[in-house]
Design a protein around this ligand. Sequence first.
Ligand SMILES: [Ca+2]
Ligand SMILES: [Ca+2]
Length: 409
Amino acid sequence: MTGSEPQVISNGMGGFNRVIDNSRTAAPAQLAYGKILDNGFTFTTTGALENIVVLYENQMISASQNGNSYTVELPEKDFTNRNSQTQLVRIYASDANGRTNDLLVPVQDGNVVQDPSQLARSDFHNQVLYFMMVDRFLDGDPSNTKPVPDPEILPKANYMGGDLAGVLAKIKDGYFEELGINTIWLSPITQNPEGAYGLWPEPRTKFSGYHGYWPISNTEIDYRFGDEQLFKEIIEEAHDRDMNVILDYVANHVHEEHPLYKEHPEWATNLYLEDGSLNTERWDDQRLTTWFDTFMPTLDFSKPEVVEKMTDSALYWVTNYELDGFRHDATKHVPEVYWRTLTKKVRSNTDRPIYQIGETYGSYDLIRSYVSTGMLDAQFDFNQYDAAVSAFAKRMATSLIWQKHSIKD
Ligand SMILES: [Ca+2]
Ligand SMILES: [Ca+2]
């Protein structure tokens, strides 16, 4: 411990964790962008660096040091990026206190990009995402609005009527462009069950599948949201306005009414552990096999036939539609073999850039383990999110940001 008082910090799931920093006594140096030069750029550091790696489209180039300033000269050789006119220079460094922040410099035709309008929607670092829960966004078609008629469901946990027609209408009226959005992220749109499930501790009521995370099909669009034609129109209309559409996709589990589970109950992991206890919500110690709830079988990806079937289903969304990518649900609960197989299939079956971003609550090591060549492009950073919420939205000291990031990752 470096401080005498124990500190708590949100775990992002409604609870709190103790912050214990026993690793470092000072924060690492900070890198900052410097000047743009005719043939490159400069960057600065707030302290002496021990290691620096500068990568130009994944090939190492050099940086020359002058005190706390470094100059990067871009080589004449043209490095290509399969997805874009833009190449990226990435700078990573460390000092005695650990990793510094990273720098990312976009380059086109050997010159640093100075105007964001030079970037395309396929330059994925340039994305400004808007997430919507489809059911809660806009009811564009009252004819498909069908709440589950079950009094056990808390009314606010029932279907509200939002649908793809509502999304399309807002794209057409320029809503997202006005907000400066260039990527729309839709909550899952695959068919969900009719019934009432789950049980909240307080109030003790059930809820419906309005959120979309209880798939009973991996390819059919929920009739309450719309159909294939509407989804195609959404993507076409978004592309006409230079926006991406990415889809939230669930691979970790199915709902118990899913035909896959009915036909192959052996494709799910065992609901009970060897000691007879329920393997539900064991997020960390049974990370890959735990069930989210007793009605949501988690798939057993140690079986090759399950990996094959589930990656084919995901692939369908980028071959049948001009979709730009996925937000992958529950990434840390699905093993690496699924992500590698899917990425390989996606790359060999499409010729356009497909963006894959995952959801992983956990350490930086765990988050990073899914971001790599042949796997995902990105993951959400809930650690950063927690630190930002603590700093800007809660009465907690901003020093927690420093502590959070200096915890050995
Ligand atoms: Ca509706
Ligand atoms: Ca799992």
